[in-house]
Design a binder for this molecule. Structure first.
Ligand code: G3H
Ligand code: ZN
Length: 284
């Protein structure tokens, strides 16, 4: 069933597990992730970046694909379609109007007052329609599509408190040292701040840059209030590894399904592993 993130994340926070956000790029990604969720009996969040939505032909194409797959694949677990790193009120509105059940407004690059103002505007539009909202403070490192950072800035706990009070968001992504794409060495996550922020705002926290974070740090983050973990790059690596192997080992292959289907299976296995690691299996 298509739902917002609100109940799934609050339940995760209460019961001590995290729901995975897995980014989609096309039909195969969507099939793999929905199939994994159903098999693991796990709630799931399909993350859609603005770049991925453009690639797929627009927000309405994305929702059409997700809705028909939910029906055809007989998916019964809770599914949210979530705009990842929404860059403006207009983009969030466009996604909501197209049938997205959740949005992230990422005004983290703007001055604090402006972040509050934009986030508030998105919350007003979204909540009226039963749509959940994620906001961000600080800067996640690395690069994902249009979101490029030249450094890592840790979120300030006081600003987190204010942002939540002033906007009424459903969950918050405080950047605390995580990075989009591969890490150079071990991640250095701000666990002290993570604990402090969750204690003060009493909302589910979101961890971006889930690829490459060791299991102990994942577990620790969940124990400190992280109830949503975003994973993108890891599935891209899993798919491309399999596709590349097939294409390099057999130069006669031209039917795309010969590498798309095994690649899709690799994504599914990766996602199922993440769901077990995050503790969301059998929580649907
Ligand atoms: O917004 C999406 C994520 O934060 C994904 O990060 O590609 O490092 O897994 P990742
Ligand atoms: Zn992110």
């Amino acid at each position: 069933a298509l739902v917002s993130m609100k109940d799934m994340l609050n339940k995760g926070l209460k019961e001590g597990y995290a729901v995975g956000q897995f980014n989609i790029n096309n039909l195969e990604w969507t099939q793999a992730i929905l199939g994994a969720a159903q098999e693991e009996k796990s709630p799931v969040i399909l993350g859609v970046s603005e770049g991925a939505a453009r690639y797929m032909g627009g927000f309405t194409v994305v929702t059409a694909i997700v809705k028909s797959l939910i029906e055809e694949m007989k998916i019964t677990v809770p599914v949210a379609i979530h705009l990842d790193h929404g860059s403006s009120f207009d983009k969030c509105k466009e996604a909501i109007d197209a049938g997205f059940t959740s949005v992230m407004i990422d005004a983290s690059h703007s001055p604090f007052e402006e972040n509050v103002k934009t986030t508030k505007q998105v919350v007003a539009y979204a909540h009226e329609r039963g749509i959940s909202v994620e906001a961000e403070l600080g800067t996640v490192g690395g690069q994902e599509d249009d979101v490029i950072a030249d450094g890592v800035i840790y979120a300030d706990p006081q600003e987190c408190k204010q942002l939540v009070e002033l906007t009424g968001i459903d969950c918050l992504a405080p950047a605390l040292g995580s990075v989009h794409g591969p890490y150079k060495g071990e991640p250095n996550l701000g666990f002290k701040e993570m604990e402090e922020i969750c204690q003060t705002i009493k909302l589910p926290l979101v961890l971006h840059g889930g690829t490459g974070i060791p299991t102990e740090q994942i577990k620790k983050s969940i124990s400190l209030g992280t109830a949503k973990i975003n994973v993108n790059t890891e599935n891209q690596i899993a798919f491309t590894k399999v596709a590349r192997e097939i294409l390099t080992s057999d130069s006669e292959v031209f039917d795309p399904r010969k590498f798309l289907a095994p690649g899709r299976e690799a994504i599914k296995q990766t996602v199922m592993g993440k769901m077990r690691e995050f503790g969301s299996s059998n929580k649907a």
